[in-house]
Design a protein around this ligand. Structure first.
Ligand code: HEC
Length: 153
């Protein structure tokens, strides 16, 4: 599989096509060659949240979550393994119904969405022009870390 991938890239290069393997973020599944570094998100959609929303989420995280968590729990390889091939909505649903542990569902939906945006920013998802919505249906369409697992669920 790796061989096939590389030889097809070679074909492109030989054919004089300007695209390089790292310049093809849309292809998702093909980029499975590197293990941990591949956890860098390769998403279908280019951006899910705004940087303003993420910094709001940073503050809200501090207000509501740091009594039990440190932000470093929600980034890096183990976090990305945990949520590989899951939707942004899966994290949102979890925190919406289960967190804070001593007050599940006790915060406004917008607060949960902002905190999830903050988590995305910590995992190097690119910020864009539209905010992460509070609609679970919408969030369930946003897949994360799809390049990291090679379809291994
Ligand atoms: C009173 C303590 C407490 C507070 C406050 C709290 N949590 Fe948690 N959190 C926990 C415990 C305990 C677990 C593990 C138990 C579980 O998975 O149900 C957990 C698990 C999680 C997980 C799952 C981690 C994983 O990888 O499985 C996420 C995500 C999370 N919390 C997010 C949040 C967010 C966001 C906030 C703030 C809105 C928050 N928590 C506030 C105690 C807390």
């Amino acid at each position: 599989m790796k061989k096939i991938f590389f030889s097809s890239v070679l074909t492109f290069v030989l054919a004089g096509c300007a695209s390089t393997p790292s310049g093809a973020p849309m292809s998702g599944g093909a980029q499975t060659a590197v293990s941990d570094a591949a956890a860098a998100p390769e998403t279908e959609s280019s951006s899910f949240y705004t940087s303003r929303q993420a910094s709001r989420g940073d503050g809200l995280f501090r207000d509501n979550c740091v009594s039990c968590h440190s932000s470093s729990e929600f980034s890096g390889a183990s976090f990305q393994r945990r949520w590989r091939n899951r939707a942004v909505g899966d994290i949102y649903e979890f925190v919406l119904y289960s967190m804070p542990d001593d007050n599940p569902g006790g915060l406004p939906e917008q607060t949960y969405a902002d905190i999830v945006a903050y988590m995305l920013s910590m995992n190097d998802f690119p910020a864009g022009d539209s905010e992460l919505p509070t609609s679970l249906d919408e969030l369930m369409k946003m897949m994360m870390f799809t390049g990291a697992g090679g379809g291994d669920r």
